[in-house]
Write a protein that binds this ligand. Structure first.
Ligand code: FES
Length: 363
C-alpha cells in the first residue's frame, strides 16, 4: 500500500518539483527517519526506479527507469553504470548500459539476455516495476557533435546508442543528413524493428539480416557499405556492435581509405592494451595536455601504468568512468607522439593506452 503510494508519488514529485529543487529539499531534510521512510528520495546516492518493463524481442527487454534527483541530464548515446549486489556477498557487480531512449523524466535501457551475462540474466529474471537500482549519472563520449552527414552502423544490441541519437533527431528542427545501417540475425530478433520500419519510407534505414532466407534477405553486407552509401567517406560514422562485427567494419573502412578520425566507436568489452616500459625511450616520457596547458613527466616509477594512472600519479586528473576502455569517458585526441593500445585515427583512451614515445602531446 505504502509502496504503491510512493510509486505514484515519485514521478509526480520529480515532474512537479524538478530534480534540482528536490535535491535541495531532500538534502536539507535528511535524517534517520526520512531516510528510512523513503530511501529513493532521502539519499545521497544516484538511484533509479523501474517504472515499466517492455519485452522487445524474445531475449531483449527494455526497462524504463525513473532516476532520482541526483541524476544529471543525459545526452543521447550516453550510458549509465548499473550496480547490483547480485550474490549478496557485499561485492556488487557493475555493468554499463546505453540509454536507448531519453524521455522527459525517464530514461530507458534495453538489455539483451546473454546466457553468460550475470547482470542481464538477473535483470531479466528479477527486474520489475517498483524496483530501485543503484545507477551512475550518464557518461560517455558516443554523442552527436553537430555533424551534417552521419551514418550509423550497428549490429545486435549495439543498436541502442545509435538508436538513442537517431531517435533524438525526431524532435530537432535542423536535422542532419542521416543514414542508418543495422545488421540483425532475423526479423524476429531485430530490436526496435517496428520503430525502424516506420521510418523506412524516407530511405534512411537499412536493416540487413544475416540468418534470413535468401529470397527475403534485404539490404547490404558490411562489405558492401560503399555500394549502399557511395558518399560514405563524407559521412561521420557512429559504430557499435559485437567485437567481430566492429572489427570487420573497421578493417573494411581502413581498406576503402575512410578517415578514421571521423569515426565514433562504442565499446562493450574492455579494450586490450599492451604495456611497454617507458625506459625503452629515454627513461622518461614528457606529456603535454594541450587544452589544459599542463605538462607532466612519466618516469621509471610510473612504469607499467596506463596514461590515466600515470597522469593521476602526477596529480593530473582526466575525466574517466570505467577505467577499462569500455565507456569512452576518457577518450581524447593524440596530437603527436605514439601510444600502445587502442587507437582509432587520433582518438585514444588514456585508461587503456600506454606511452610509446618520449614526447606525447594530448589534446
Ligand atoms: S574508456 Fe572508460 S575511463 Fe577510459
Amino acid at each position: 500500500m505504502l509502496n504503491n503510494m510512493k510509486n505514484t508519488l515519485h514521478p509526480w514529485v520529480i515532474k512537479k518539483i524538478g530534480r534540482d529543487w528536490l535535491e535541495y529539499v531532500a538534502s536539507n531534510t535528511m535524517n534517520v527517519a526520512t531516510e528510512a521512510f523513503d530511501p529513493f528520495i532521502w539519499t545521497y546516492d544516484c538511484k533509479a526506479k523501474i517504472v515499466e518493463v517492455r519485452q522487445e524481442t524474445a531475449d531483449t527487454k527494455t526497462f524504463v527507469l525513473l532516476p532520482n534527483q541526483h541524476f544529471k541530464q543525459p545526452l543521447p548515446g550516453q550510458h549509465i553504470e548499473l550496480t547490483v549486489d547480485i550474490d549478496n556477498t557485499g561485492t556488487p557487480v557493475a555493468r554499463c548500459y546505453t540509454l536507448s531512449e531519453i524521455q522527459q523524466d525517464t530514461v530507458s535501457i534495453t538489455v539483451k539476455q546473454n546466457p553468460d551475462g550475470k547482470m542481464s540474466n538477473w535483470l531479466h529474471k528479477y527486474g520489475r516495476e517498483g524496483m530501485i537500482l543503484d545507477i551512475s549519472s550518464p557518461r560517455g563520449q558516443f554523442v552527436y557533435r553537430d555533424q551534417e552527414k552521419i551514418l550509423f552502423i550497428s549490429a545486435g544490441s549495439g543498436i541502442t546508442p545509435c538508436y538513442s541519437i537517431y531517435k533524438a533527431f525526431e524532435t530537432q528542427i535542423n536535422q542532419p543528413d542521416v543514414a542508418f545501417y543495422y545488421r540483425s540475425r532475423t526479423p524476429d530478433e531485430t530490436i526496435f524493428r517496428q520503430q525502424l520500419e516506420q521510418t523506412k519510407n524516407d530511405n534512411s534505414v537499412d536493416i540487413s539480416y544475416s540468418r534470413h532466407s535468401e529470397e527475403e534477405k534485404t539490404s547490404y553486407l558490411p562489405s558492401q557499405l560503399i555500394e549502399a552509401y557511395p558518399d560514405i567517406k563524407e559521412r561521420h560514422i557512429y559504430l557499435c556492435g559485437p567485437e567481430p562485427f566492429k572489427n570487420d567494419v573497421l578493417s573494411y573502412l581502413d581498406d576503402i581509405g575512410y578517415d578514421l578520425n571521423n569515426l565514433e566507436v562504442e565499446h562493450f568489452a574492455p579494450l586490450q592494451a599492451t604495456s611497454q616500459s617507458v625506459d625503452s625511450f629515454t627513461g622518461e616520457v614528457s606529456v603535454l595536455l594541450k587544452s589544459k596547458n599542463i605538462r607532466f613527466v612519466i618516469d621509471a616509477k610510473d612504469n607499467d601504468k596506463t596514461l590515466l594512472e600515470a597522469a593521476e600519479a602526477n596529480g593530473v586528473q582526466f575525466e574517466h568512468g570505467c577505467r577499462s576502455g569500455m565507456c569512452g569517458t576518457c577518450r581524447t585526441n593524440l596530437v603527436s607522439g605514439e601510444v600502445n593500445g587502442q587507437q582509432l585515427g587520433k582518438s585514444i583512451y588514456p585508461c587503456a593506452t600506454y606511452p610509446a614515445s618520449a614526447e606525447l602531446v594530448i589534446e
